[in-house]
Design a protein around this ligand. Structure first.
Ligand SMILES: Cc1ncc(C[n+]2csc(CCOP(=O)(O)OP(=O)(O)O)c2C)c(N)n1
Length: 627
């Protein structure tokens, strides 16, 4: 029986010796590599937090002491420790283990939003509640990466936490110097300064000796230590980052040394107020392909060969790579074009642009709000900014898009990758809210390209517009083949037309053209005449498209976005006024948090595959006949 086999709950860790824990750590790493290379997932971050997770679970008593994992992609070891190891072959599969914490899976899981930089605010709230309810013996732990620490919410939270002297709240900073790529900016520089302060470590060694001889460890002792530390740091280290805000700080601690981690965590736990423990870890630790990967240390992988770490399938041209090429091309022509990413240079396709134009590429950290308003400033000063984010993370910056970019008519281009249903990462990662948010923004221009050709034109349209924001959005995955237009009406493309008035006109947005074309084939085979239109520019609703649709018997809109308040409903409200006799059906994603599953499965369940669309048309035609 291995050490790993023995772990069914955090309590099983308590009786283990440091040697056994080191063996267990090696077993967990082998287990992670074996499983995650088969399913895909966040391999690198989890290899980096093995010892940290074991130490946290030995020192704190979860779930009585809630452990909050910021972002949540680094919770595989936590899942193993809390009795879920046997479910790893199902990781991220429909009905299987979630890639993030999941309250349905375990009482040990609390935050499942997976949008970064929220854990400290949750922790603040829970600690306040414990205090009000007299549960002063309970501790709250928040584990947060140096990347997530760059998000503004963490600093809003620290501003509150620091003043709460009596709440037992321990913030473990998991500092691996990386988000996807190296974390950059003033905060990263400060952390680096803390990391490299040897005198400070020596001092901790001294403190360790002192404290280990002291039976009672608590605030008076900590204050002594803290006072001394501060004196020393003022002399040798250019820091004070946390302490200037009133936070107690312990570190830096070797995040792969369980004894050292426990020493620091016990001190922090017993202090009786908020404390930061700064742990230094290595992303991808113990797996050579990850350790050697300069790009992102295997932050997130698909299915890969465990020996080499190389993908099993050959990469096809994707939406992301098409955007990447297109941006480099416009950047070469126009030196005012600049690119902005919120800590996702590689995933959003900005790497090639960065290689050619490093001075014109800005990684702002996990700070979508700042990215948008900073881009607005750039536009004001004459640059042509392109903000590239995943669709789901634009949610964070909606107010900035509305009140900064749009109200100020700033020529900012937004490129939303992973739009629509993404699937495997679950509810928080589906880019399904963007279009409903965007329909509310006055004057906003939205393009939903159906292929690479359309994507290039949309980007060009964004770059050319200097008096208001332009958004383009596309899904995850391979780039579809080009669908040529048969004719144009205003901005829209007619992709399929009929001799007379069609039985149904299907208005398909972007990638939905693929499913709609197949649906049109199914319907044609059933004797239904079908017209297919891609509006190309989805917002504002094009008056020429509306007048073309006027008098049509049946119009069906199809979008890979939230049905409620989406583009289809916007079109319907305009068309209905002009052409009240036209029956209009909107198809889109229902208003609910979707479980994790394959994109194809979820599209089918939402009625957005070819059969679902064809069925919706047939049942509408049928109900027209029977009425
Ligand atoms: C608001 C938001 N923006 C972007 C992301 C995408 N994202 C997921 S993990 C990650 C990097 C996190 O870095 P860090 O907190 O240091 O954790 P590590 O992966 O290094 O352990 C990013 C940018 C996100 N989850 N949330």
């Amino acid at each position: 029986m291995t050490n790993l086999d023995r772990i069914k709950s955090p309590h099983d860790l308590r009786s283990m010796s440091i040697e056994q824990l080191d063996e267990l750590s090696a077993e967990i790493r082998a287990f992670l590599v074996d499983n995650v290379t088969k399913t895909g997932g966040h391999l690198g971050p989890n290899l980096g937090v093995v010892e940290l997770t074991l130490a946290v679970h030995r020192v704190f008593d979860s779930p009585r002491d809630p452990i909050l994992w910021d972002t949540g992609h680094q919770t595989y070891v936590h899942k193993i420790v809390t009795g879920r190891a046997s479910e790893f072959p199902t990781l991220r599969q429909d009905g299987g283990l979630s890639g993030y914490p999941s309250r349905a899976e375990s009482v040990h899981d609390i935050i499942e939003n997976s949008h970064a930089s929220t854990a400290l605010s949750y922790a603040d709230g829970i600690a306040k509640a414990f205090e009000l309810q007299g549960e002063t013996e309970r501790h709250v732990v928040a584990v947060i990466g140096d990347g997530a620490l760059t998000g503004g919410m963490t600093w809003e939270a620290i501003n509150n936490i620091a003043s709460a002297d009596n709440r037992s709240l321990v913030i473990v900073v998991n500092d691996n110097e990386r988000s996807y790529s190296p974390t950059i900016g003033g905060l990263a520089n400060k952390l680096a300064a803390l990391r490299t302060t040897n005198a400070y470590e020596e001092f901790l060694g001294w403190g360790k000796q002192l404290l280990s001889k002291t039976p009672f460890i608590g605030r008076p002792m900590y204050e002594t230590l803290h006072g001394m530390k501060k004196g020393i740091k003022d002399v040798v280290a250019p820091q004070g980052l946390f302490e200037d805000l009133g936070m107690k700080y312990i570190g830096p601690v070797d995040g792969h040394n369980i004894a050292e981690l426990e020493f620091a965590l016990v001190r922090a736990r017993d202090f009786g107020g908020p404390v930061i423990v700064h742990a230094i870890t290595q992303k991808g630790r113990g797996y050579a392909p990850a350790e050697l990967d300069e790009a992102d240390r295997f932050h997130a992988v698909g299915i890969v060969d465990p020996d080499t770490g190389k993908p099993i399938t050959v990469a096809e041209p994707s939406w992301t790579s098409a955007f990447s090429d297109a941006l480099v091309a416009v950047g070469q022509e126009d030196s005012s074009v600049v690119a902005i990413t919120a800590a996702m240079l590689g995933p959003t396709g900005l790497e090639a642009f960065n290689e050619q134009f490093p001075d014109r590429t800005f990684d702002v950290g996990i700070a979508e709000q700042h990215a948008v308003t900073s881009a607005t400033g750039m536009a004001h000063a004459g640059l042509n900014p392109v903000v590239a984010v995943y669709s789901t993370f634009l949610n964070r910056a909606f107010d900035q898009l509305l009140m900064d970019a749009a109200l100020h008519q700033a020529g900012v281009t937004f490129v939303l990758d992973r739009a629509g249903i993404t699937g495997d990462d679950g509810a928080s990662h589906n880019g399904m809210w963007d279009m409903s948010l965007l329909t509310m923004v006055p004057g906003l221009e939205l393009f939903v390209p159906r292929d690479g050709h359309q994507l290039r034109s949309a980007l060009q349209a964004g770059i050319s517009k200097n008096d208001g924001p332009v958004v383009l959005r596309f899904p995850k995955g391979p780039l579809p083949v080009q669908t040529p237009a048969l004719a144009k009406i205003g901005k829209a493309d007619i992709l399929r037309q009929t001799a007379g008035t069609p039985d149904v006109t299907i208005v398909a947005l972007g990638s939905m053209v693929t499913q709609v074309t197949e649906a049109a084939d199914l319907l044609t085979a059933r004797g239904v005449s079908v017209e297919v239109i891609d509006p190309v520019q989805a917002l504002p609703i094009d008056v020429e498209l509306v007048s073309h649709l006027t008098g049509r018997p049946l119009v069906v809109t199809v979008e890979d976005g939230l049905l409620d308040g989406g583009v289809g409903q916007s079109l319907m409200s305009v068309l209905h006024q002009i052409s009240p006799s036209t029956r209009i059906v909107n198809l889109g994603i229902p208003k609910k948090f979707l479980r994790h599953a394959k994109r194809g499965t979820l599209l089918t369940e939402s009625g957005l595959d070819a059969e679902g669309i064809a069925d919706a048309v047939l049942s509408e035609l049928h109900s027209q006949i029977t009425h």
